[in-house]
Design a protein around this ligand. Sequence first.
Ligand code: SF4
Length: 110
Amino acid sequence: MKKIGVIRCQQTEDICPGTTDFIAAAQGKGAFAELGKCEVVGFVSCGGCPGKRAVARARVLIDRGAEAIALASCITKGNPLSFPCPHRDMMLQAIIAKVGEDFPILDYTH
Ligand code: SF4
């Protein structure tokens, strides 16, 4: 079972505890389908706009055993407010630059 670290939007923490992310990971559905059933080993926020802290947090998730990083759908799809993160592309590129292009990164969860 793959170990996953999830990074979520801090702006939506108050209205979404990430339940669907955990279910999708455990069942290997949504973005996790390509990896199969996954265990979430860390679930952190981006640290708030503009998301710079997500870079260091991705590194910590990997240090704690994550074999892949997923940006939650609150970031890429804007769930549950239909308000995608305006900093998403820059955040994703900065994470890739930090962890390496070969490290698996899912750009959404469900
Ligand atoms: S940077 Fe994006 S993901 Fe992070 S709190 Fe702001 S809107 Fe949400």
